[in-house]
Design a protein around this ligand. Structure first.
Ligand SMILES: Cc1cc2nc3c(=O)[nH]c(=O)nc-3n(C[C@H](O)[C@H](O)[C@H](O)COP(=O)(O)O)c2cc1C
Length: 305
């Protein structure tokens, strides 16, 4: 994907359809305004005269892909993308994460099974991004120091490091025409994935990631308006109700949630209008396995104090 910069004029996007490895008919969006509208479904403060780069264009148009061509990702590109992942910023340069590169088909199959994510089977690239406090403990031991950071704070640092490495990988991969999808469902059975990947105490799976040359087209998912997410100087959500109503309607117009995807419809009455906020409120009404995670962490080396 390539950008032309034409002075202060609107940026024209050219998509490189000739990329030998891209199996994707990329969305045809001719300028930044279109990219922004596609992302938010509404006007925003982003000016069309802002200088941008190919990265910002790629980021605005990004979306997750779960279906891939039967085409390998060459070894040198795989290594490049892993190097990019390792270039992510990291809390205090501690680099408290590990990436497990799954190459064996049988392991991909098991991961697909335990996560209920069949697309992991066919994905050319399957990575598991883990928070890793084990390495720091070993290094402390090697250098003869006590390890004093078995804390909740450091657990969070490791989780954030792993997430930043994953997102950096995603953006690098997408800039090469690959499609990616994170898979937090690999945490469905933490003991099983720990055994499968031989994770030592102090290492926890943050998320899986699949990548490959996309074989499907996906819409850009509308994001909440910046006015809801970005607060000026202090937190302020006074207009949340009105803004969420508008967002719900915009999403519904673009891509209504099919009735087959309504959540907990046997338990709760259906409203006249079923939008994004109804869906997430229903989702958030159920616990999401936190107890299992806490139990796993506590029994595998994390004090979380
Ligand atoms: C931490 C994380 C975990 C995710 N886990 C899953 C998953 O287990 N299965 C899946 O299909 N998608 C998963 N996703 C993808 C999200 O569903 C997707 O990013 C979201 O719907 C927004 O769509 P977009 O990425 O196309 O903008 C995950 C995303 C993140 C950031």
């Amino acid at each position: 994907m390539v950008f032309d910069h034409i002075g202060g004029n609107p940026i024209i996007l050219r998509y490189d359809y000739e990329k030998p490895y891209s199996g994707l008919e990329l969305l045809k969006m001719t300028n930044l305004i279109e990219l922004i509208e596609n992302r938010f479904g509404t006007e925003t403060d982003v000016s069309q005269n802002v200088k941008t780069t190919s990265l910002t264009g790629d980021v605005l148009a990004r979306r997750s892909f779960r279906r891939y061509l039967e085409r390998e990702v060459p070894e040198n590109l795989r290594n490049l993308l892993l190097a990019c992942a390792q270039s992510a910023s990291s809390k205090s340069d501690l680099q408290q994460y590990s990436i497990i590169d799954i190459q064996e088909q049988s392991t991909k199959d098991e991961l697909a099974e335990l996560s209920g994510s069949p697309f992991m089977i066919e994905a050319p690239v399957v990575l598991i991004f883990c928070g890793d406090t084990h390495r720091g403990q070993r290094i402390s031991e090697l250098r003869g120091f006590p390890y004093a950071q078995n804390t909740l704070e450091n657990f969070m640092n490791a989780a954030v490091d792993a997430a930043l490495a994953m997102q950096t990988y995603i953006l690098a991969a997408e800039s090469h025409g690959l499609g990616c999808c994170p898979v937090s469902h690999v945490r469905n059975d933490l003991e099983q994935i720990r055994d499968l990947l031989h994770l030592p105490d102090g290492v926890f799976p943050m998320a899986g990631l699949t990548a490959g040359w996309p074989s499907e087209e996906r819409d850009v998912t509308l994001r909440l308006p910046p006015s809801v997410v970005v607060h000026k100087n202090t937190y302020n959500d006074k207009t949340l109700k009105e803004e969420i109503d508008i967002y719900d309607r915009g999403r519904h117009e673009k891509r209504p949630i099919p009735a087959s995807s309504y959540l907990l419809s046997e338990e709760f009455d259906l409203p006249d209008f079923y939008g994004w906020s109804e869906n997430i409120a229903r989702r958030l009404s159920r616990p999401n396995g936190l107890e299992g995670l806490k139990r796993f962490l506590k029994s595998h080396g994390f004090k979380l104090e």
